[in-house]
Ligand binder design. Structure first.
Ligand SMILES: Cc1ncc(COP(=O)(O)O)c(C=O)c1O
Length: 397
């Protein structure tokens, strides 16, 4: 008898990652022999620093591939050292953990805090996975659509979004997809609102996703936890090495926060992945304890590319100057409404006709925009932007 598998109903609550979907489409066209340029994926085009690779190679030769824990003592201490050094924050071993990418920790950070009908406040444009994961756990995403041109949310917008049902606020800077970086005063203003909100809403907790913290070009990075350490008992800080150490394929993320929250995450890891690969943990220890001077060169390179992209887009589509990460997020609304009804139609046609992959803004909660990742070669940027300009000129006619 034939049988067609249908997934459990909760699987319908979550959509596949839009960025990965566009990238898969771009890769399919590439496999057909087309000269595709993909600006769709958020991945450094750099090599993982050699000292990290060597630590993994050395570990592999020990032949010690045993079960461990999410963050064995040497790894926990490396994570603790990072937060001390960078943010002046002190954590115990019970307050840190690690997982298979920052994504796994975002997944369980949300999964261990959000219950049915809990509201989760998320500023747009947001990383595609946040609302999907919230939906999966029965929560209700409450999106703040910023009105400021630089796409930062204001204290008033945050205040208006928090209700007695709010369980979680997710804060991400530098942000994916817009590269938004908040000043210290702006972070302090948001922290003030959160502090006030806890007086009437004692269940309120915060995830601070700082995975792009090493890629800041304008001003400096001020983590919410460092600016408002009094909020730490209700915070989960999520970070990873994907962006800072070009470690996307190795899958390593880490987190710090209140011991009960970390304990709940570890409980879920004990029933799912158990822990990340020990060989990757060895690389992570080397990365977290090791030099970061290579980042100066990377940052110089990214800023140069960012400025090139912004200059090329000038007069073609308005675009705020991102302070960090490796994305620009231009406004394409002037090209919509005629041939292309939506940003998604626009990026799909751009991919089909000009073979350039970008991700539509609606995937990030901001219809009418699109994300361009500039973590790619100068040649790709030059050629891809020329094609985007040609595509836009054809629409205008
Ligand atoms: C904002 C943000 N958070 C978390 C992640 C997760 O990264 P990873 O799972 O590779 O550590 C990403 C990846 O693109 C991201 O953009």
């Amino acid at each position: 008898m034939s049988f067609t598998f249908t997934p459990a109903p909760q699987i319908d609550l979550i959509q596949p990652s839009a960025t990965l979907a566009i990238n898969a489409l771009a890769n399919k066209l590439k496999a057909e022999g087309k000269n595709v340029i993909s600006f769709a994926v958020g991945e450094p085009d750099k090599a993982t620093p050699a000292h990290v690779g060597k630590a993994m190679a050395d570990f592999a030769l020990l032949g010690q591939n045993k079960y461990a824990s999410p963050a064995p003592p040497a790894l926990a201490d490396a994570i603790i050292g990072k937060f001390k050094r960078d943010d002046g924050l002190t954590f115990e071993r019970t307050q840190v953990t690690a997982g298979v990418g920052g994504k796994e920790l975002v997944f369980w950070g949300i999964g261990t805090s959000v219950g049915k009908d809990d509201e989760v406040v998320i500023p747009a444009p947001y990383w595609v996975s946040y609302p999907e994961i919230v939906n999966f756990f029965g929560g209700v995403p409450k999106i703040i659509a910023p009105v400021r041109h630089d796409l930062k949310i204001t204290a008033d917008e945050l205040r208006a979004a928090i209700t007695p049902q709010t369980r979680l606020f997710i804060f991400n800077q530098p942000s994916n997809p817009a590269g938004v970086v908040y000043t210290k005063d702006e972070v302090a203003a948001l922290a003030y609102v959160l502090r006030e909100a806890t007086k009437t809403n004692p269940r309120l907790v915060i995830i601070s996703d700082d995975i792009y913290e090493k890629l800041v070009y304008t001003g400096s990075f001020h983590s919410l936890a460092a600016v408002a350490p009094d909020l730490l008992p209700r915070m989960l800080l999520i970070n990873g090495l994907s962006k800072s150490h070009a470690f996307t394929g190795a899958r390593f993320g880490y987190a710090a926060g209140a011991a009960p929250w970390i304990g709940a995450i570890n409980k879920m890891l004990s029933q799912s992945s158990t822990h990340g690969p020990t060989i990757v943990q060895a690389g992570a220890i080397a990365a977290l304890n090791g030099p970061e001077d290579f980042l100066n060169e990377w940052r110089t390179d990214y800023v140069r590319r960012r400025d090139f992209v912004l200059a090329e887009l000038q007069g073609v589509m308005p675009c705020a100057t991102p302070g960090g990460a490796f994305y620009v997020f231009p406004d394409i609304r002037q090209y919509l409404g005629g041939q292309y009804n939506s940003d998604k139609d626009f990026v799909l046609a751009l991919l089909e006709r000009e073979l350039v992959g970008c991700v539509h803004g609606s995937a990030f909660g901001m219809p009418g925009f699109m994300r361009i990742s500039y973590a790619t070669s100068d040649n790709n940027l030059r050629e891809g932007l020329a094609r985007i300009k040609k595509f836009c000129a054809l629409i205008i006619g």
